[in-house]
Design a protein around this ligand. Structure first.
Ligand code: SGN
Ligand code: CA
Length: 540
């Protein structure tokens, strides 16, 4: 028997998983499989297990109904590539080397979760958005979208071979994943990474979902009209729905009678239309985007909206709120397709008798702003983008549990290794939260720092100068406070009391009476920078 199987058989989880078949006592328990589903930019605000204001997501919710919902789940660096590198390595960005999308190339020769799983006898597959530039390593099978991926007729790289697949990205990604499950070696446990492109910008819904939320008027978030008083860094960004969301590229108001962008006519709207046409027009910049039939269905839905938009000539507050409603309708329609596809994955596992020994994880590469502070996008250490949804169905455990301990995406690798009954290498910076899933109280858990779960989180964002202009920053978050330092072309500290000011509108840094808490938090920040060995510490 391979050593990993021996270990898995003795772990509490593997035994719990076997509990379901205790009648058949002669059958040894099977090692756990893992289906790790990660969306791109899926906010917890648009998962009904977390928030019922905007959309119902019954299939995603089922994972937490039959398992656990993490109510304090965070990322280490709120951006796609960096988040994926944290997942693969269990390390913060400075330690895994992938700090930002713009210049990052993932060093695939380093130790990674899939490689450790493979060495432990697992079959591994990566399907969908990869976004780490270098070719995937450590996978028995990989079939990835190019770059950000396209919504329609997307280009995949299947183990080095380029393929254009016809249809809608979320459906196709699921098809590829289920095909792999069908053809896998059933004698081995598996770990499948299923990474959707959805609901990343520019939020293009599946044809069958166009218009499904047109009757809904979404409530404006409380901080929609934030004036950024007391927060210089919050004001200095280019991710405002009013100023930066493009009505053509983002909201699909392409005037098809207009002229194509030329270098002599580089208006923003024209620029937007060009990008948009890349997705929309067949055979244009990238071969294989929408075909004539898809485009006709798309136009039949959007053309009347475009006509109305042109006629109404909105401006100011009316335009701002109109943009928000269109954004929410498109985004939620894209989520509806994700939810349907999560249902397909669940049905597959159930129909193939896999639910009893397969862990199902649902998460996102980071959180996302749904108009809070007037924003879309992510990047900031503010709550909406620092947090990320995390729902886990671990077989053999109680249903409907909330886990409120602080977890972070550097914890996924050690957790999955422990689920597989494999040792966690010492240089991994995250902690396994498997004991928390098994019902152990956080105070009783043994972590690399000793007894008891972590009480604070470390964050570091690097991508500046870059699109959206969010300044570089690092910070610490405790149960009650969030302290961040924006640096590079700015030197601003922000301190929030999350109990008194959960929306983070009032920067307390430097206010009389906050000296003690500031000193304490800066000390904790420094402790974390030393603990994780972040070279930035020299600049504090
Ligand atoms: C693209 C988007 C940005 C987004 C980044 C990073 N612009 O560049 O809005 O912030 O991706 O997103 S777009 O014009 O190309 O749509 S991430 O999730 O991949 O990190
Ligand atoms: Ca993302």
């Amino acid at each position: 028997m391979p050593s990993n199987l021996r270990l898995a058989l003795t772990s509490a989880t593997a035994l719990a998983a076997a509990g379901a078949c205790s009648q058949k006592e002669t059958e040894p328990p099977k090692p756990l499989n893992v289906v790790y589903i990660m969306c791109d930019d899926h906010s917890y605000q648009t998962i009904s297990a977390y928030d019922r204001r905007y959309i119902e997501t019954p299939n995603i919710d089922r994972i937490s109904e039959e398992g656990a919902r993490f109510t304090n789940s965070f990322v280490a660096n709120s951006l796609s590539g960096p988040s994926r590198a944290c997942l693969l390595t269990g390390k913060h960005s400075h330690a895994n080397g992938f700090t930002n999308n713009e210049h990052g190339i993932f060093d695939g020769s380093q130790q990674t979760l899939p490689k450790l799983l493979q060495a432990g006898g697992y079959q591994t597959a990566m399907v969908g958005k990869w976004h780490l530039v270098s070719d995937p390593t450590g996978f028995d099978y990989w079939d990835i979208l190019t770059g950000q991926g396209d919504y329609y007729n997307p280009v995949f790289i299947r183990e080095g071979e380029r393929i254009v697949r016809h249809g809608y990205s979320t459906d196709i990604t699921t098809d590829v994943a289920l095909d792999w499950l069908d053809g896998r070696d059933t004698d081995k446990p598996f770990c499948l990474f299923l990474h959707y492109k959805a609901p990343h910008r520019s939020w293009m819904p599946d044809l069958q979902d166009l218009g499904m939320y047109d009757d809904v008027t979404y409530p404006l978030p409380e901080t929609f009209y934030d004036d950024y008083a007391t927060r210089e860094a919050a004001a200095k960004q280019e991710m405002s729905i009013l100023a930066d969301m493009n009505v053509v590229y983002d909201l699909k108001m392409a005037d098809r009678e207009g002229e194509i962008h030329t270098p002599e006519n580089p208006g923003l709207e024209q620029y937007g239309r060009d990008l948009y046409r890349r997705d929309l027009a067949p055979g244009e910049l990238v071969p294989g985007r929408m075909d004539a039939e898809q485009q006709a269905a798309w136009d039949a839905y959007y053309d009347p909206i475009i006509e109305r938009f042109k006629r109404d000539s909105l401006s100011g507050k009316a335009l701002y709120e109109w943009k928000y409603q269109r954004y929410m309708r498109d985004y939620c329609s894209v989520i509806h397709s994700v939810d349907r596809n999560v249902g397909r994955v669940y049905d597959y596992l159930r129909d193939h008798g896999l639910l009893e020994n397969t862990v199902v994880v649902y998460t996102s590469d980071q959180g996302f702003f749904m108009g809070e502070h007037g924003y879309f996008d992510k990047r900031f250490m503010y709550e909406e983008s620092f947090r990320t949804p995390l729902l886990v169905r671990l077989p053999g455990q109680k249903r409907h549990r909330d886990i409120d301990a602080f977890v972070q995406n550097i914890d996924y690798a050690p957790t999955i290794l422990e689920m597989a009954g494999l040792p966690v290498p010492e240089d991994i910076q995250g902690e396994s939260f498997l004991p928390l899933l098994e019902g152990v109280k956080p105070s009783k858990v043994m972590t690399t720092e000793g007894k008891g779960w972590r009480k604070s989180l470390y964050y570091h964002y690097y991508e500046f100068p870059a699109e959206h202009s969010v300044r570089r920053h690092y910070g610490v978050r405790t149960e009650r406070y969030s302290l961040m330092h924006f640096y590079n072309d700015i030197d601003e500290w922000e301190l929030f009391d999350l109990q008194e000011d959960p929306m983070q509108l009032h920067n307390l840094y430097g206010e009389p009476g906050t000296e003690d808490i500031t000193r304490e938090l800066r000390k904790e920040l420094e402790r974390l920078q030393v603990l994780y060995d972040d070279p930035i510490i020299s600049r504090n």
